[in-house]
Design a protein around this ligand. Sequence first.
Ligand code: TMP
Length: 230
Amino acid sequence: MYEGKSKILQPCADDNTLIMHYKDYATSLNGKCREEIHGKGKINAAISNLIFRYLEKNNVETHLIEAIDETSAAVKKAEIIMVEVIVRNLAAGSFCKKYGVPEGQRLKNTVLEFCVKSDQLDDPPINISQITAIGLATQSELAELMQQALIINGLLCELFTRAGLQLVDFKLEFGKIGGKIILCDEISPDSCRLWDIKTGDKMDKDRFRLNLGGLLDSYKDVLRRLENVV
Ligand code: TMP
């Protein structure tokens, strides 16, 4: 069993399958701030399952097999690539802090960044030559991750725009099954920045990070809007 900050992965009878359970916790600062939010797990499970099914329909292979109950899904067991891929359409979060760019500035091209998937190291940023040098992924795997990330960004921007939401940035994780790269983990307001297109309201985990309150209501609203457009 593997327990992360917001999910638990458990083995099951089928050796090629894992059960992914969404917990009722919001965390920030790599787990240093943590709060139980009753009902968050099932909203994130529903949002992520809906998005993964949408991506599958659009020829993006993911680890999702099927929802098991409100907070759990069966997923394909994959060898996780220990690199997180961050995709940015507008400046926000650490990008603004690092480069002094105003929040909300449209970026002239889509930005791709990589971080090491390591709670112990606080997910440090890493570049392509560093990734290949320490063997986290090969050059050709990275080329595929970048291509997949851009395709997923196009599909997600289209979906969220229909839902009246601006996809500001998000984080992806990938794994390998028999050498094939597939999308893993989750896509939810925990791993994306989503702003209401009309009002600019933050509808994602920044509500917790910035102590704005109303996280669960925003997540429910994101789910309701997605269900209306998918
Ligand atoms: P950042 O601005 O803090 O670098 O985050 C960029 C996006 O990636 C934001 O939508 C949050 C998401 N993200 C995660 O989901 N998990 C992480 O560990 C990191 C670093 C970012």
